[in-house]
Design a protein around this ligand. Structure first.
Ligand code: HEC
Length: 125
């Protein structure tokens, strides 16, 4: 097991145990109670945030044309949005056992940004 997987496992374990605590103040984010919406004052948009995450981590395979047997490209707004909606993109970027990118999970920040982009309704600009 590599270090990233180990860290993910620890984080998941902490999250599971934190659910049983009743004395946690839900309004105060901390390591066992992460803020589900860390940048809630910021609009996350494809052009400002998501596009650069994709080009830095995904388009080496999910380019146009795709390479290394990647099944779809992730080079446009609608391709990325469609992949979140129909190809389980958020599941894969958070799946330590079968991650995208294949080399290991991206930073929590990147993963949170993509989740928040979805939660805010896939803003383009
Ligand atoms: C080194 C090449 C490579 C990189 C980098 C890469 N992928 Fe992939 N991706 C693949 C391959 C190959 C598959 C098909 C096999 C599989 O599902 O594991 C795939 C499959 C997927 C799937 C599932 C598609 C489906 O319909 O089943 C998603 C979603 C995905 N990638 C998202 C991403 C995202 C998002 C990134 C960047 C954060 C990324 N990938 C980075 C090669 C890559």
């Amino acid at each position: 097991m590599n270090l990233k997987n180990l860290i993910s496992l620890i984080v998941v374990t902490l999250l599971l145990f934190s659910c049983s605590g009743s004395d946690d103040d839900p309004t105060t984010p901390n390591s066992s109670n992460p803020d589900p919406n860390p940048n809630n004052s910021t609009n996350i948009t494809y052009n400002s945030h998501i596009k650069s995450i994709m080009s830095g981590n995904c388009t080496s395979c999910h380019g146009n044309p795709t390479t290394n047997s990647a099944p779809m490209s992730l080079t446009t707004y609608s391709e990325v949005k469609n992949s979140v909606e129909t190809r389980g993109l958020i599941g894969r970027i958070n799946n330590a056992n079968n991650p995208m990118p294949q080399g290991g999970l991206m930073s929590q920040t990147n993963r949170d940004l993509i989740q928040q982009w979805k939660d805010q309704g896939f803003l383009e600009n």
